[in-house]
Write a protein that binds this ligand. Structure first.
Ligand SMILES: *Cc1c(COP(=O)(O)O)cnc(C)c1O
Length: 401
């Protein structure tokens, strides 16, 4: 069941036993948190060297050996590396950057509980993660305990709130990363939630199965089974992340009856081209993970170097829908800065609307007239195109074929 992901080629782990390597506590204890652990085997770029020497006030670095062994020492653009090693660009704070880009702090009736949508809440249970993503939107909170929002002392206040708020039927457990908690603490959370009759849907948002798949133990799977149904939202950004070892973890979860979804952040230079994104979506389907959302990267402080245009996300969606399996097509969303919540942005397939006749284009760029029945003709006011198909260039249309 276990496998060697080639970590023996990394000098400092060449003598590590497979048993240690497969122990998630060992993985956590041996995370790379200091630049001196990288230097002997990993030539840093000037930008990385600068950032790692002055991370003061910035999100800390923590890289589990499993993830580190996937980083390419020879390639400064390696997607695994860029998501985990700080770079000097993180010190470049732009005018519209925000500490709390999604306005979560303003929607917290209890510290650590975000209640924004009518029927569901986001329950932040820890500040810790196995690996700290450089593009983290919650970097104001994670990797620190300074704000103490997510301590277990607040759990009781959260359960009280949820017991009173009978409109809440869906709880998303997130953080930080909930899989940093022990089974014991996770069980207390799941048990308390299951005891609240109106809560009918529970999911855990976690990236740990991707960055440190050793965490997905049989004990963890058994725990989820006891409180079934529990869904999981994973966070995958690049096809390189779907390794044979990760597949083992996905198999264990899927075979324990856990429905799996993935959220992907659109990241410049990492996954912002249609071919990479399509490959990622295909790799996910192969390991039974259903692509759920692609997120436009939030304007959190110091991550502009990861952000790209909203339009590039729309173009990626255009290259997926119809061109490949419908299950491989997630929803592209922009989180409305300051607290708007997730707002879908889609390619526009309505070319024209006049007197009950809708002109639609398909994925291949062919147009079709759809006639609405006379008695329910609409006036088309809600479907005015925001970007006409005619505005796409011949080159783009050619590349679609
Ligand atoms: C994303 C999010 C949710 C869950 O939204 P879904 O669209 O149901 O996945 C809930 N609360 C907050 C604050 C969120 O950001």
């Amino acid at each position: 069941m276990t496998q060697d992901d080639g970590y023996h080629r990394v000098p400092m782990w060449k003598d590590v036993s497979l048993q240690d390597w497969e122990d998630w506590h060992w993985q956590l204890r041996n995370r790379i948190t200091h630049v001196d652990q990288l230097r002997p085997w990993f030539p840093l770029t000037a930008s990385e060297a600068e950032a790692t020497s002055k991370t003061h006030g910035r999100l800390v670095m923590a890289i589990p050996p499993y993830w580190a062994a996937l980083m390419d020492p020879q390639d400064p653009d390696c997607p695994i590396r860029r998501q985990s090693i700080p770079s000097a660009e993180e010190f470049d704070v732009r005018e519209h950057d925000r500490l709390d880009p999604c306005g979560e702090d303003g929607d917290m009736p209890v510290p650590g509980l975000v209640h924004r949508y009518p029927d569901r809440v986001l329950f932040l249970v820890t500040e810790q993660c196995a690996m700290y993503c450089r593009h983290c939107t919650r970097r104001r909170l994670v990797g620190t305990t300074s704000r103490g929002l997510m301590s277990s002392a607040n759990y009781e206040a959260t359960f009280d709130y949820l017991r009173k708020h009978t409109e809440v039927r869906d709880v998303l457990i997130s953080g930080g990363d909930p899989l940093m908690l022990t089974e014991n603490r996770l069980e207390k959370i799941l048990k308390s939630l299951r005891e609240i009759p109106h809560i009918e849907f529970i999911r855990i948002g976690s990236r740990t199965p991707v960055t440190m798949p050793q965490r997905v133990t049989q004990e963890f799977c058994d725990l989820l089974k006891r409180y079934k149904p529990v869904w999981m939202s994973l966070h995958y950004c690049h096809p390189k992340e779907v390794t044979p070892r990760v597949k083992v973890a996905m198999d264990m979860l899927a075979e324990s009856g856990v429905p799996l979804g993935s959220q992907t952040v659109l990241l410049r230079g990492i996954n912002d081209d249609p071919a990479t994104m399509k490959k990622l979506m295909h790799e996910l389907l192969k390991v039974r993970v259903r692509p759920y959302y692609i997120y436009q990267c939030d304007p959190a402080r110091g991550i502009s170097h990861f952000r790209t245009s909203v339009e590039s996300g729309v173009r990626i969606l255009e290259q997926l829908r119809g061109h490949t399996t419908g299950y491989a097509v997630p929803t592209f969303v922009v989180d409305g800065p300051g607290g708007g919540g997730k707002i879908p942005v889609s390619p526009n397939y309505v070319v024209n609307y006049e007197d009950g006749v809708m002109t639609l284009r398909n994925y291949a760029g062919e147009t079709f007239a759809y006639h609405e029945p006379d008695e329910v003709k609409s006036n088309g006011g809600q479907v005015v195109p925001i970007r006409n198909f005619e505005e796409t260039t011949d080159d783009e249309r050619a590349s679609e074929r």
